[in-house]
Design a binder for this molecule. Structure first.
Ligand code: FE2
Length: 272
């Protein structure tokens, strides 16, 4: 982890846990009223970060794939196959997700990753739908969870086998030692992406750019400065994953981060 910026832990979650989480995600989508939904795009995040997204930090909301709709705004495929993700507080609001997101084993991994007082700010269930699963460009998660010093750590659970054909994660090994390029801030109610460093990507040594082809149940943990991306999913097989983002409670959490918690609804650790 210290050397590469990430660690891959196979068989971290059991089949039964994965199956219940998937069933629960399906139910959330089924009950989702799509009349006020927003398309989620990381390509044009600032422009599309409307009220629906910015107000979702303490809620359970569904977001559509960018390619879900045809030219006249009709869904190209059934709703269940059109959702990009569910976010962003299932780990605190939904008992099934809460169970999956907590435990001694996760706390131990967080400590190993360097978090002394982990606080889990965000959960996302990512569908990476067959055929239309959107690309996620190179980025660092530290852009979204700015702390001083940088502490955000990502916990990425494969809920299905992830390979190059269905859009697995790609990482820049050792890239956690490069600076934070961009930062997503909210100022005066408006969101925008700031450029902090002109360091390009992926101007990496090719040998350090790796696809993380993993089996379901695998946990990938990575540091907030590690550049990562994923290709679109043009295959007929989905690539469900679940992520948690935790910061160290001892670091200063920026008041300009889009996701803010309040004393009434604080971010908690991995131990309940
Ligand atoms: Fe990310």
């Amino acid at each position: 982890m210290r050397e590469d910026g990430f660690a891959v832990i196979p068989r971290f979650k059991a089949e039964a846990e994965i199956a219940s989480l998937r069933r629960r995600a399906e139910a959330i989508v089924q009950h989702f009223d799509d009349s006020d939904a927003s398309v989620f795009s990381t390509r044009d995040q600032a422009a599309r970060s409307d009220e629906y997204f910015l107000a979702s930090g303490d809620k359970v909301r569904c977001f559509f794939e960018e390619e879900a709709f045809d030219a006249i705004g009709r869904l190209r495929q059934p709703k269940a196959l059109s959702i990009n993700k569910i976010g962003h507080a299932m780990h605190d609001l939904d008992p099934e997700f809460e169970r999956f997101s907590h435990g001694d084993d996760l706390h131990a991994v967080a400590c190993e990753a360097g978090l002394t007082d982990p606080k889990v700010y965000q959960s996302m269930y990512i569908f990476k739908q067959p055929g239309i699963g959107g690309e996620v460009d190179w980025h660092q998660d530290g852009a979204f969870f700015f702390t001083d010093p940088p502490t955000v750590t990502t916990f990425w659970f494969a809920l299905e086998d992830a390979g190059q054909t269905n859009g697995c994660l790609w990482v820049h090994r050792g890239g956690h030692r490069t600076p934070l390029r961009r930062r997503f801030v909210v100022r005066g109610g408006a969101a925008r992406m700031l450029t902090l460093s002109g360091m390009p990507w992926p101007a990496f040594d090719e040998r350090d750019v790796l696809p993380l082809e993993v089996e379901r149940g695998t946990l990938v943990v990575f540091q907030g400065l590690l550049p990562h991306c994923s290709a679109p999913n043009r295959s007929p097989i989905s690539r469900h994953a679940y992520t948690l983002h935790a910061v160290d409670g001892r670091a200063r959490y920026s008041s300009e981060n889009w996701l803010q918690r309040t004393a009434a609804f604080p971010a908690r650790g991995f131990l309940l």
